[in-house]
Structures are given as structure tokens and as C-alpha cells.
Design a protein around this ligand. Structure first.
Ligand code: B12
Length: 149
């Protein structure tokens, strides 16, 4: 991970579970992985409102926001988060993952499309390993021509 570590040094990321979601294990692992890869992690924890995500992204001048949702309510809260960021003029790279649909029967392509249309740069299926997100963040920062890349 040495190459990734140097890419993520000084990168600021906001992590949390959105809305009424109380699932904490996924965001904890994700936060650790990002921190171990060199990022400054602002961990908002569970039950984070869209407004709290926006406030943290703006105040912390975040390069990226990682939204987790496991309880199936992501579709309710995520549009407000994206709208709030746009309203605030903030443009962090946006990631969402966890268990994004209410029913496992919903085809994954439909779920991914829905969140991509909302404005998320990457939409992750259940059981995505944190290392995947770390690698993608490094790639996305390079693609944006970040000074950290
Ligand atoms: C443990 C658990 C609980 C615990 C949570 C304890 C806690 N404080 O964390 C308790 C018992 C409290 C609980 C409650 C509920 N739960 Co629950 N829970 C689970 C369970 C069994 C495991 C979740 C977990 O910790 N997994 C371990 C971590 C490591 O994995 P993970 O969360 O999937 O995250 C991984 C990846 O997805 C990734 N990841 C996660 N987020 C993100 C975000 C990004 C950007 C990226 C890149 C990656 C990423 O990182 C992790 C590492 O790989 C799952 C089923 C399952 N097997 O997944 C159900 C599950 C998530 N729960 C479910 C439900 C429905 C509920 C309840 C609504 C039940 C109820 N009727 O009350 C409530 C939620 C209440 C609320 N307000 O949120 C459903 C959700 C279904 C849906 N989405 O439609 C699931 C899928 C069970 C099921 N099959 O029905 N739950």
C-alpha cells in the first residue's frame, strides 16, 4: 500500500452512516482503512443527518465523502445530502455503499444507476472491501489532478 499511502497523505475524508442508520461496523472498518492509508479521517459515526455531512464536508474542506447505509433507507436521505453539497458550493468526491436497497431482489444495476443519477461518483455493492475504496480514492484523486496525487 506504499504508493496509495503517499497519494492519500494530507487527503481529508468524511465518513459516516446516513440518516437513521445505526450500523457501525462497516464505517468503522472503512475509517480505519482510510486512516491506515494516510488520509485524515473525519469520522461522523452513525445516525448522521444529511445536514451534518454537508457541514462537515464544508468545514473540513473535505476531498471526499464516504456515505454508508445498511438499513435500506439510503434513498430517503442521500438526495438531501447531494443537494446540500451543491447548494454549499462543495464538490467532494462522493462515495456510497453498504446495503443500498430495501430488498435484495432489486437488481444491482438498478440500484447503482439510481445513486449514480443522484450524483455519487462511485456506488458500491454490499460486502465491498475497504481496500477497494482506498484504491478508488487514490485513482479518483489522480484523475482530478489533486495536488496530493
Ligand atoms: C449486525 C447487524 C445489525 C445490528 C447492528 C449493530 C451495530 N451497531 O452496528 C443490529 C442488530 C442493531 C441491527 C439492526 C437493524 N438491522 Co441490521 N444487520 C446486521 C448484519 C447482521 C451485519 C451488519 C454488519 O455489521 N456487517 C459487518 C460489516 C463489516 O459489513 P457491512 O456493514 O456490510 O460493511 C462492509 C461493506 O459493505 C463496506 N461498506 C459499508 N458501507 C460502505 C460505504 C462505502 C462508501 C464503501 C466503499 C464501503 C462500505 O464496508 C464493510 C467491509 O467490507 C446485517 C446483515 C449482514 N450479514 O450484512 C444486517 C442488516 C444490515 N440489517 C438489516 C436491518 C433491516 C436492520 C433493522 C432495520 C432491523 C429492524 N427491523 O429493526 C435494524 C436497523 C435499525 C436502524 N435504525 O438502522 C438488513 C438491511 C436490509 C436492507 N438494506 O434492506 C440487513 C442486511 C439484514 C437483512 N438481510 O435483512 N442490525
Amino acid at each position: 500500500m506504499e504508493a496509495v499511502t503517499s497519494v492519500l497523505r494530507r487527503v481529508r475524508v468524511v465518513v459516516g452512516s446516513i440518516g437513521d442508520d445505526i450500523h457501525v461496523v462497516g464505517i468503522t472498518l472503512l475509517g480505519h482503512a482510510l486512516r491506515n492509508a494516510g488520509a485524515d479521517v473525519i469520522q461522523l459515526g452513525i445516525q448522521t443527518s444529511p445536514e451534518e455531512f454537508v457541514a462537515a464536508a464544508v468545514t473540513e474542506d473535505a476531498d471526499a465523502v464516504f456515505v454508508s447505509s445498511s438499513n435500506g433507507h439510503a434513498g430517503i436521505f442521500c438526495p438531501e445530502l447531494v443537494a446540500g453539497l451543491r447548494e454549499a458550493g462543495a464538490d467532494p468526491i462522493l462515495y456510497v455503499g453498504g446495503n443500498l436497497s430495501v430488498s435484495a431482489a432489486t437488481p444491482w444495476d438498478e440500484v447503482r444507476e439510481r445513486f449514480a443519477r443522484m450524483g455519487f461518483d462511485r456506488v458500491y455493492p454490499p460486502r465491498t472491501l475497504p481496500d477497494q475504496a482506498v484504491r478508488d480514492l487514490a485513482d479518483d484523486l489522480r484523475a482530478r489532478g489533486s495536488q496530493n496525487a
